[in-house]
Design a protein around this ligand. Structure first.
Ligand SMILES: Nc1ncnc2c1ncn2[C@@H]1O[C@H](COP(=O)(O)OP(=O)(O)OP(=O)(O)O)[C@@H](O)[C@H]1O
Length: 228
């Protein structure tokens, strides 16, 4: 179970963008979270994936409260305080692949980066080939860098990277917002194939009601999440 309990979060403690929001995703369940632009969906998604520390409230992962969040450490860049088992429980895909892909890496390096970071580089070659097939990325593209591929191709690589550690929870934040209909369908199918195989739960955040209602077991609207 992924439980977001009474979360308050934002960028200014005096004026949080997420206020007392609660949401639960059951194992294997897919939940679509709908809301207008700027309401705080991305912020909530980042808190859920342990990338942004909430001001108040808890994230509870399979009964275990989250212990730490990613934070910026002076002179060290980003550091993660959550235990590895908790942070690798999540695979996250964001709206803009170019902002979340290091331009110096080839797609193979990009996809396998979480394996290298967790001491599993030896598995990279085979796993990347397999995942490239899962997300519909031709092998000829794997040696290219982000500026040499399209947004859709790069987003496929970002999805492959999100799946590489076989997370129990997937958080897709407007994953397909800038993509055409056929790439959207391919990415949604890749996520669903992975979920059917792994039993992972999904929180898909977006503003496309038709897409999320078709994709997910249930959808909730931002306005329903705040306790009254
Ligand atoms: N890093 C940041 N620093 C300060 N304010 C931010 C930051 N990121 C987002 N915000 C503000 O927080 C509010 C919520 O933003 P958020 O991205 O969570 O909304 P959203 O619902 O995901 O919007 P969209 O659908 O447009 O992506 C907005 O008013 C935004 O300007």
């Amino acid at each position: 179970m992924l439980e977001l309990r009474s979360l308050t979060a934002g960028y200014d403690r005096r004026d949080p963008v997420v206020r007392d929001v609660s949401l639960t995703v059951a194992p294997g369940e897919s939940v679509g979270l709908l809301g207008p632009s700027g309401c705080g969906k991305s912020t909530l998604a980042r808190v859920a994936a342990l990338l942004h520390r909430p001001d108040r409230g808890r994230v509870v992962i399979d009964g275990e409260p989250a212990h730490g969040w990613r934070h910026r450490a002076p002179a060290h860049g980003w550091r993660h305080r959550a235990p590895r088992a908790q942070r690798t429980a999540f695979g996250v895909v964001f709206q803009q692949p170019r902002l979340s892909a290091d331009p110096r890496l080839t797609l193979t390096q990009l996809i396998s980066e979480p394996l290298r970071a967790t001491g599993r580089a030896a598995e990279a070659a085979e796993t990347v080939r397999e995942l490239a097939r899962t997300v519909g990325l031709g092998e000829d593209l794997l040696g290219r860098r982000p500026h040499e591929v399209s947004d859709g191709q790069l987003q496929r690589a970002c999805l492959a990277r999100a799946l590489v550690l076989r997370p129990r929870w997937l958080i897709c934040d407007e994953m397909t917002a800038m993509l055409d209909a056929s790439t959207t369908a391919a990415l949604v199918t890749a996520v669903e194939n992975y979920r059917a195989d792994s039993g992972a739960g999904l929180l898909a955040v977006g503003h496309d009601k038709v897409l999320l209602e078709r994709w997910c077991d249930r959808t909730v609207h931002w306005g329903e999440l705040t306790r009254v």
